[in-house]
Design a protein around this ligand. Structure first.
Ligand SMILES: Cc1cc2nc3c(=O)[nH]c(=O)nc-3n(C[C@H](O)[C@H](O)[C@H](O)COP(=O)(O)OP(=O)(O)OC[C@H]3O[C@@H](n4cnc5c(N)ncnc54)[C@H](O)[C@@H]3O)c2cc1C
Length: 425
């Protein structure tokens, strides 16, 4: 193993000319792929290139404990600093890949240096979708995707009392919960008629809407932002809705989804559109080029084989394993059950499966007691569960969704019985 390793910012002396494997993106998927390769006894050289300077870290805490100031950076690092060097994984921070020559098997970095590879794993995630409206570029309008986004938010929070959050998805709602905990005045703008519309059924949306309102959030549904009004210094001072209403603010956080980071791959000829297309072993249409994580569009068995991207730690980790196993010559197919979690206030939501296309939703437990699950069925088959403070349902539900269980809906509705019991009927 010849890789020389550094653990901080990239240093031009230490980047080798060529690596057996170059991984682009040092987030969840990229870092896990490097780990899996070493676990699978891959002995060649590995470079892990990330455009962020920080060592690989967990992204979910960015809208939870790290934003709240409850966990320092050291506690959200994926592995301690020494880990990468010990495994001969050459981590290079501050290394943004600008283009790929798939014939020559070479990458060009934004600073013009080149790196060769035998095999490439593209794990570049996505960038926050930007609002196209006036004022959206103001310094006090933020997204939350990277550590440095949250560092800037936290720096400015002392002087910010009124927070406007654009987007009622997971990131927007988690941010709202943290901001309330920090004592801020919070308005959430959601242009659709319910929160979490993209990912959950209406019952869950209604529960979270009620919860946020009870916690003091001014939650506006059917409310679309037109623009931010700015002052003479260019700071956003009000969110202007399409209705004409102006909501005075000190800071905005925008959480309206991501755009997959696949430009260099698509320019190099890889098939794709909304993400880069991969097969069941995470291979792109380019030879020896893999793609994993948020940026990878794949046929998912839990979405009836539809080509989708999943934005979750589960998907990043499981795809990392699939790519690594394919590279070391013991291929496995990607068919993991999707799962996800979200923490808001004292509510721990755990989801399993994909509820899209359900034709029946069964409630287990009592939302008033802040512990319940929603089981989604299609044609009698259990396809997904959303579990709020009900970890047992989540744990047992994973196996049932994977097995394509067909539980009796009446039995399912009996919250006193375990899911395992119900499925045995
Ligand atoms: C605030 C927040 C909260 C979340 N909460 C949850 C949660 O509770 N549960 C859950 O399951 N998931 C959650 N997610 C989603 C989860 O974090 C992502 O699905 C996961 O990080 C995807 O991993 P990835 O490696 O594909 O992408 P990332 O983790 O985004 O890593 C991609 C890396 O590639 C780098 N990069 C991009 N372009 C280039 C380039 N050209 N050259 C070099 N490097 C590049 C990026 O800077 C980044 O560091 C959350 C995400 C966010 C942002």
């Amino acid at each position: 193993m010849a890789a020389r390793c550094i653990t901080g910012a990239m240093d031009s002396d230490t980047l080798q000319e060529r690596y057996d494997i170059v991984i682009v993106g040092a987030g969840h998927a990229g870092a896990q792929a490097a780990i899996n390769l070493r676990q699978a006894k891959f002995e060649g050289t590995i470079a892990l290139l990330g455009d962020e300077r920080a060592l690989p870290y967990e992204r979910p805490p960015l809208s939870k404990e790290y934003l709240a100031g409850d966990k320092p950076f050291e506690r959200i690092m994926l592995r301690p600093e020494a880990f990468w060097a010990e495994r001969h994984i050459a981590f290079h921070g501050g290394a943004r890949v600008a283009s790929i020559d798939s014939m020559d098997r070479t990458l060009r970095l934004a600073d013009d240096r080149t790196v060769g590879f035998d095999k490439l794993i593209w794990a570049a995630g996505g960038s926050p979708r930007m609002l196209p409206c006036p004022g959206a570029q103001a310094a006090n309008v933020h997204a939350i995707r990277r550590k440095r986004d949250v560092d800037v938010i936290r720096q400015d929070l002392g002087a910010a009392e009124r927070i406007v959050i654009v987007g009622g998805g997971y990131i927007g709602l988690e941010t709202a919960a943290v901001m309330r905990k920090l004592g801020k005045q919070v308005t959430v703008l959601e242009s659709l008629d319910r929160v979490l519309a993209r990912v959950a059924g209406p019952l869950l949306s209604r529960f979270y809407e009620a919860e946020h309102r009870a916690q003091g959030v001014d939650l506006r549904l059917d409310s679309t932002l037109e623009m931010f009004e700015t002052d003479e210094r260019g700071r956003a001072v009000a969110a202007i809705l399409t209705s004409g209403e102006a909501i005075p603010m000190d800071m905005a956080v925008v959480g309206i989804g991501i755009v997959p980071e696949v430009g260099p791959l698509i320019s190099a000829g890889a098939a794709g559109g909304n993400g880069v297309d991969i097969d069941s072993q995470c291979r792109t249409s380019l030879p020896d080029v893999y793609a994993i994580g948020d940026c990878a569009a794949h046929g998912n068995p839990y979405a009836d084989g539809a080509h989708i991207r999943l934005e979750s730690v589960q998907n990043a980790n499981d795809m990392a394993k699939v790519a690594a196993m394919s590279i070391v010559g013991t291929p496995i197919d990607y068919d993991a059950v999707p799962w996800f979690w979200s923490n808001q206030y004292d509510l721990k939501l755990q989801t399993v499966g994909l509820s899209t296309g359900f034709d029946q939703c069964v409630l287990r437990g009592d939302p008033a007691e802040r512990s319940f699950s929603l089981a989604y069925l299609r044609g009698g088959q259990l396809i997904a569960l959303d579990c709020v403070n009900r970890t047992k349902d989540y744990a047992q539900g994973r196996a049932l969704v994977a097995a394509g269980a067909m539980p009796d809906p009446n039995e399912l509705a009996d919250g006193e019985r375990t899911l395992k019991d119900v499925a045995l009927l």
